[in-house]
Design a protein around this ligand. Structure first.
Ligand code: DP6
Length: 354
């Protein structure tokens, strides 16, 4: 159905809970508009989520659309401005939005100041709501089209958000050996070995303050990083190696590649012009202790890092008891206010019934 065919006003409420994700192969460096310099692969979390509800009013013939945004029950002019710009930027892709007033309410299940990147879950939840409004106004889409559109709209808000709309694992960016892969949207990855299907991720909060250098600024610094070309090549190669390891169920290679990606990401920050450091002394202590514990016990655990000081400790569900004991006895003292979020791989976004 086209916009011209809908002549009567319509209103409704939509809602989505969308989880955050953690990349195993990192997206770092992009070109306009939100096109990644290399593919990335992530796992979708469960507990760290954004819940977004939108009351919408479609009023054909009237372009005076109204936008209101409340975050955790309060008005937030800074967020509202960012959302307004974002909605303007995606309106050409969802033209109905130019005749639709939106009252948006959003909240996170994790503390705002936990240092957890919220843009993936926030933009994922918002994109799912917008695509659902489109569906309610224009008629149902097939499910693959729905997720693909949501992923594409999410990508325009934040690159990593494109991956959050899928359960378990997602790949974003054109990659050799993945027929359906695209720079425009992420695709679900469903053929990994079952040993990786119940991954745990304990997020060790070393620093909860906002990052000193935003991800957007960090991506931009890749334009002049002298090691950028090698890094993009390394990411592609690591993706191929990780695909093989995860298809076979090879934990040793999985851990080696994941940790190499995390350290390379931070190496890019350190070698940017100007260089900067987001890891803290406690980050390094945690990384060393994880490696020592692994070599002593042979348990299946490894680390990855976001663009910040916090550590994601990934481990096999079957090794949870000894790993959690290790976290409590050795790692918690390195966390700010003993902050840890025990998360795990999850089933992806859920519709909030209104
Ligand atoms: C280090 O997706 O936050 O987490 O597209 O500018 O919003 P924008 O950046 P963002 O970058 C995420 C970078 C990363 C790695 C990753 O998630 O792949």
């Amino acid at each position: 159905m086209t916009q011209r065919e809908i002549s009567s006003p319509k209103s409704g409420t939509v809602g989505w809970a969308c989880p955050s994700n953690i990349a195993l192969i990192k997206y770092w460096g992009k070109k306009p508009i939100q096109i990644p310099m290399n593919p990335s692969l992530s796992l979708t979390l469960t507990e760290a989520r954004t819940l977004t509800k939108i009351n919408y009013k479609f009023h054909p013939g009237n372009r005076d659309r109204n936008l209101q945004f409340r975050f955790e029950g309060k008005e937030n002019p800074a967020f509202e401005e960012r959302i307004r710009k974002y909605i303007n930027s995606v309106t050409p892709l969802i033209p109905f939005l130019s005749h639709t007033s939106l009252e948006i309410e959003s909240e996170n299940t994790f503390p705002h100041s936990s240092g957890i990147a919220s843009s993936a879950s926030a933009m994922g939840a918002l994109a799912l709501c917008l695509v659902q409004i489109k569906e309610e106004l224009t008629g149902s889409m097939n499910r693959d089209q729905f997720w693909q559109k949501a992923s594409m709209i999410a990508r325009l808000g934040s690159g990593s958000a494109s991956r959050s709309v899928y359960p378990q694992f997602a790949l974003w960016g054109e990659s050799e050996g993945w027929n359906q892969s695209s720079d425009q949207y992420a695709i679900p990855v469903t053929n990994f070995h079952k040993t990786f299907l119940k991954l745990r991720d304990s997020i060790l909060i070393v620093e909860s303050a906002q990052k000193r250098v935003s991800s957007s600024a960090g991506h931009a610094l890749m334009d002049t990083n002298p090691f950028a070309a090698s890094r993009f090549k390394q990411a592609r190669q690591n993706l191929r190696l990780l695909q093989t390891a995860m298809t076979k169920g090879d934990w040793e290679s999985f851990i080696a590649i994941m940790e190499e990606e995390a350290l390379s990401l931070h190496a890019m920050m350190m070698t940017s012009k100007p260089g900067y450091l987001l890891m803290q002394p406690n980050t390094l202590s945690i990384l060393q202790k994880i490696r020592e514990f692994r070599s002593e016990t042979r348990h299946r655990l490894g680390f990855t890092l976001d663009a910040g000081a916090n550590v994601h400790l990934l481990f096999a569900d079957a090794d949870a008891t000894p790993v959690e004991t290790f976290i409590q006895s050795e790692l918690v003292s390195h966390c700010e206010n003993e902050g840890i979020i025990h998360d795990k791989m999850g089933p992806g976004p859920q519709k909030i019934t209104t």
